[in-house]
Design a binder for this molecule. Structure first.
Ligand code: ADP
Ligand code: MG
Length: 161
């Protein structure tokens, strides 16, 4: 099991992890272009899923506003050479909404898909390569990153360096 864990004492530490993840994604850009990358974010409301995604986008060079997709369900971002699709399925009442919205088309080569509340779209949402869990601990968060595919393994190994 390829697994990485770290204590994030404050939001700044979450932002730093987002920047490290961005650097690893850029190193793995060829594989993102050929097969895409799915990142599942786990954790309760306020755990820091959107904060981490915002930090990732900033570090990838996106300069505009990054808002939570709570109401829009999907916020797509074009960044240097690929697309980052940020999903939040919190408001789904039925996983079929994933099919009805045509979201499957947003997954695949050239796309990094970051999903919040993935369980509300299961089993229709494509499988994740990487799972990132954020858990409250003291005044900060404990983050656990696990690889679910070979592509995920290469990302986690990059974060460990
Ligand atoms: P989610 O998308 O998981 O519902 P948000 O990112 O919207 O959560 O909100 C997370 C909240 O927690 C924000 O108020 C943010 O400032 C704060 N936060 C993020 N990371 C940390 C951290 N490592 N330690 C303490 N607070 C954090
Ligand atoms: Mg959120």
């Amino acid at each position: 099991d390829v697994f990485f864990q770290r204590y994030l004492p404050d939001e700044q530490a979450t932002n730093e992890l987002g920047a490290e993840l961005a650097a690893v994604l850029l190193e793995n850009k060829d594989e993102i272009l050929s097969s895409g990358l799915n990142i599942r974010l786990c954790g309760d409301l306020g755990a820091g899923k959107t904060t981490l995604t915002r930090a990732l986008l900033r570090a990838l060079g996106f300069e505009g506003r990054v808002k939570s997709p709570t109401f829009t369900l999907l916020e797509p971002y074009s960044i240097d050479g690929f697309t980052l699709n940020h999903f939040d399925f919190y408001r789904f009442e039925d996983p079929e909404e994933f099919e009805d919205a045509g979201f499957r088309e947003n997954f695949g080569p050239g796309r990094v898909c970051v999903t919040e509340w993935t369980q509300k779209a299961e089993p229709l949402v494509p499988g994740a390569d990487l799972m990132i869990s954020l858990l409250p601990k003291d005044d900060g968060r404990e983050v656990q990153v696990s690889a679910l595919t070979d592509h995920g393994v290469r990302i986690v190994r990059g974060l460990e360096r």
